[in-house]
Design a binder for this molecule. Structure first.
Ligand SMILES: Nc1ncnc2c1ncn2[C@@H]1O[C@H](COP(=O)(O)OP(=O)(O)OP(=O)(O)O)[C@@H](O)[C@H]1O
Ligand SMILES: [Mg+2]
Length: 401
């Protein structure tokens, strides 16, 4: 009898009929075949063979559920036939008709050929019919289970794939959602900063008239440059959050200029003044085609991370060099290196190990900017400890004049 749970699984997964109702009867005596056929024919498609080898040949072609075989045949015994049949039709049930009643021999034969049933001669048609009914039920069940297992394995795989997809879409949505919120917040901040800029501009005018000392004037101007930069960065973030793209204002710019701008801005950070900062810009670097303000922002973000990672009064270094028609900007520090828990997602938004002190936007913005310049940004471990970030940009084509 089919188990209740199995029956409902089979219905649920639409396994359907797995039986062919094909039966192969094998006996070296033709008369026996005729008798067997006479009462099986009504319910089954009956194939017949007069020897083991002939039976195997037929079994290769025909769809079968059950094989009924005589045990004693000249070329091959019934058990041997079933053993051979196992090799290519493992799910067919075998019934062996025998006069041989020695129990240990029977058990070993059952194990070897996995015979479904032995029927002792002389048998009655009803015994055979009942054995065949049970055998085909057994076959149906075994095949249905096999089909279910395959089906379930396939569905599990499919489900797993869709689950992965859902997870990654969800992560992406979450990022865009949070970026959108940041973009909206940025609008408010930009507004306030513009007002501040107006006030600073006014102060600058007043100071100019009063002819104050140049260093006071300079710090106001550096301050204004810093605020201007901040506004542009926030605007970039706002734009990106809205449209998913960055707007670049490209021009041929000097690499050394980007380094200088970045240092001027970073200098406003108190932390900058509490470190040794080594600057190394190679002479005669080629120009790059890029957005000066945004590339400066990339370096500023890298410098800020380097300063934050390095203990006070230790060094960080900023360099620009040329390599195979590329300009390499590098920022190195003497800190502990990248924490392993953020390493794989370093350039993704909101990834930070700094708790409230970091938003995890610095490297994300840096990568967005470098990517939109078709450049590369990478992190390397310094052999002597600390991190080295490199930004690689193609050199602009040389002037033809
Ligand atoms: N030079 C560095 N040394 C060690 N870890 C670093 C360095 N630069 C970045 N990281 C790691 O990468 C994380 C992400 O850096 P990212 O600049 O994107 O965000 P943040 O500095 O945490 O916050 P934000 O820049 O938005 O203020 C940092 O939190 C830190 O764990
Ligand atoms: Mg940072």
């Amino acid at each position: 009898m089919l188990d209740e749970g199995l029956r409902s699984l089979i219905a649920l997964h639409g396994v359907g009929e797995t039986r062919s109702r094909g039966i192969l009867i094998v006996d070296d005596e033709r008369a026996n075949l005729t008798v067997l056929r006479s009462f099986l024919e009504a319910g089954y498609t009956v194939h017949e063979a007069q020897s083991g080898p002939e039976a195997l040949k037929i079994a290769k072609e025909a769809d079968l559920d059950v094989v009924i075989t005589d045990q004693r045949m000249p070329e091959m015994t019934g058990v041997e036939l079933l053993e051979n049949l196992r090799e290519f039709k493992p799910d067919v049930a075998g019934i062996v008709l025998t006069g041989f009643t020695d129990p240990p021999a029977l058990i070993s034969a059952i194990n070897r050929a996995r015979v479904f049933r032995f029927l002792k001669k002389p048998w009655q048609p009803d015994d055979i019919l009942e054995a065949v009914r049970q055998a085909s039920e057994h076959v149906y069940q075994a095949r249905a289970i096999q089909k279910l297992v395959t089906l379930l394995a396939r569905r599990t795989k499919e489900l797993d794939a869709s689950l992965q997809e859902i997870r990654s879409t969800q992560r992406q949505l979450l990022h865009m959602e949070r970026l959108g919120t940041m973009g909206r917040l940025a609008t408010g901040v930009i507004h306030d900063l513009r007002n501040l800029m107006v006030s600073l501009g006014y102060i600058e005018g007043v100071l100019q008239q009063k002819q104050v000392a140049t260093d006071v004037m300079e710090s106001v101007q550096v301050g204004m440059q810093g605020v201007d930069n901040l506004i542009k960065t926030l605007e970039a973030l706002h734009q990106f959050a809205k449209g998913g793209r960055l707007h670049l204002e490209k021009a041929k710019i000097e690499a050394s200029q980007v380094v200088q701008d970045a240092i001027a801005i970073s200098r406003m950070d108190l932390n900058f003044r509490m470190h040794k900062v080594e600057v190394n810009v190679e002479e005669g670097l080629p120009k790059v085609l890029g957005d000066r303000q945004k590339l400066t922002q990339v370096l500023v973000n890298l410098v800020r991370n380097a300063l934050q990672a390095t203990a006070q009064w230790r060094s960080i270094s900023i360099e620009a060099s040329a390599q195979n028609r590329r300009v390499i900007f590098a920022v190195e520090d003497e800190g502990p290196g990248i924490p392993p828990e953020v390493r794989d997602n370093l350039f993704k938004p909101f990834v930070s190990s700094k708790g409230d002190a970091g938003m995890g936007m610095g490297l994300y913005m840096a990568k967005l900017i470098v990517d939109s310049h078709q450049g590369e940004i990478a992190v390397l471990d310094r052999p002597q400890g600390g991190a080295r970030f490199e930004v690689r940009l193609a050199a602009a084509a040389e002037e033809t004049s």
